[in-house]
Each structure stands twice: as C-alpha cells, then as structure tokens.
Design a binder for this molecule. Sequence first.
Ligand SMILES: NC(=O)N[C@H]1NC(=O)NC1=O
Length: 325
Amino acid sequence: MDIEKVNSMDFGEFVDVFGSVIERHPLIAAAVRSQRPFSDLEDLEQHFFAFTDALPQSGQEGVLRCRPDLAGRELQRGELSAESQREQSAAGFTSLGAAERLWLAELNAQYRARSGFPCALAARLSDRAAVPRERARRLQRPRAQELNTALGEAKKVGRRRLADPSSGATPPSRSGRAGQRPGTHVVTRKGRGRARCAWNSVHTRAQRSWGRRKSASSKAPSARSRAGGRARDADVGAGGEDPGKSPRGLLLSSRDSSWACAGLGDVFWFPRSGAQDAGDRPRRAGTATADSDLSVRASLGGGVARSAPRDVGGGGAEAVVWIPG
Ligand SMILES: NC(=O)N[C@H]1NC(=O)NC1=O
C-alpha cells in the first residue's frame, strides 16, 4: 500500500483498515495514527510494535487475552474477526476431525490456565499438524519467557496483516464506516464534539443473548465518564458469553491529551505525539477495578470512566471507552 495514501487516510478509514493489526484493538490503530506521517510501511509497523512493547506487563497480557484461541470456541461459533477467520481457515482449522478438535481444546485450556492468555501463534506460518506440538512445547516453558514468545507471535500476525490489509479489513463505505462484520467492533464518531465508540451493531448470537440478560437486569450496556471535572459521554456496546466472569483486560482511550491502556489494577497514560509531554514513557494514572455487574470502574486522573466490557472468553475481557474532546 502506498504510504502517501496511508498518511492521508482519515481517522475512520485508518481504523477500518488497520484496526485489526493488533487483534481486537482498533484503538491501538487510532493511537498509532496520531503519530503520522509514516515514512514507509516498515515505519508504520514499528509504531504498532512500539506501542505494544511500551505497555506494562498487565497491558501486554490484556492485549494477548483478547486474541482468539486457535481452533477454539469462537471459530466453531463463527465469531472470529475476518482476519482470524482467514488465517485459521488457511491453516486448516476449519476442517478438523472431532478428536483433533477436542485435543486442541484441551491444549488450549491447559495453556490458558498456565499463562493466563490464549496461545498466540501465527497460524499462516505454521500448519495444523505442527500446532499441537508447538503448544505442548510452549506449555513447558517459564511464564515470563512465554509472554515474550506470545508477543512475538502476535507481531508476526500483525506484520502479515499490515502487509496485506485487504486480507480482512472491510473497505469503508461511502459514509466512512466499516462494513458490518459479525463479531468485530468499530469506532464510530457521531456529531460534532461528540464521539462514540461502539461495537459493531451486528451482534453475534451470544452477544444478543447477553444483551437480553443485561436488559432484564435493567443495566444498560453503556458508559458515562467524567474526567478532569468535565462531564463526558462515552457509550460502549457490550456483549459476551459469561457475565459471571471477572473482566481482566481493558483498553481505554482519550482523544485529546493522551492514551490510556490498562489491565485491571493499572491504568496507564500514553502521551500523544505533539502533546506537551510527548516522548514520555507511559505513566501510571489510576486504578481499574471490576464491579460485580461486570462493569469496570477506572479512576483516571481524578475522574471516573465506567464501561461494560466484552467478555472475550477465558476470563478475559476488553472494554473501550472513547472519550470525546
Ligand atoms: N491465538 C492466536 O494467535 N490466534 C491467531 N493467530 C493467527 O494467526 N490468527 C489468529 O486468530
């Protein structure tokens, strides 16, 4: 892709095209866009990877927790992102026999229990027969070493997605919004001075049923945030499969001044380029805790952001709050 074209993409187009370079983290793409212009695609890639490298360990684990298992439940249910679907199909995971599927499910569960996140592996660079062997090998290794390996695999996947963004991204429609892809999310902006981050309105079956349970308990899946004393609205659509689980991964974003990323417990701010303190390392800005109703409360510089995160399985969840400027 022509770098001039990339540099001239507006916010919506950039997030549509590059929102899945880091799986289920379109706001990382949004943060990266704020650092344009890029000299070439390698430079763009380095910005994505520098962002994930700069995350504290809790943030990196949060990013990994949002990845789907290989040959996991989301593949069976047709809930993968378009990119993951293509990668997992190409690696042969859509044509597994029952015994092979069960074996992989068992290895997936063991790996998650040990590492706290799904086993990241670039499916296109591997093959169906090699995956269980690789998974079993990695299960034996120390957790700290595994975090680095998993991030390395996530980068390999991201590199391929960047090299071929058409492999999954839905071209933006004339209104600049992403096409509707089940099980994925998009960032949308509505009206002047008001921004919303919403999950794709095409809900998966599980998301719809979660929504029904949620409305039955009169807890709307929306978020209202206050920061710096000024009221700010942010809506977060939510879906999930098991609202009883604790959310553990969280990504927050603020538009004006800086970017925040969190795992539960830590909220970090990432200065935007051009901001007064650009170039700073991420700094700790507050604490995120899980409420019993599956919402997350994050204290951000004196303000509070609340959101209902999306359960991504295995006890992991991701929530995105888009705080308008
Ligand atoms: N767990 C994991 O790495 N999943 C991913 N890998 C890949 O190549 N596509 C995916 O969905």
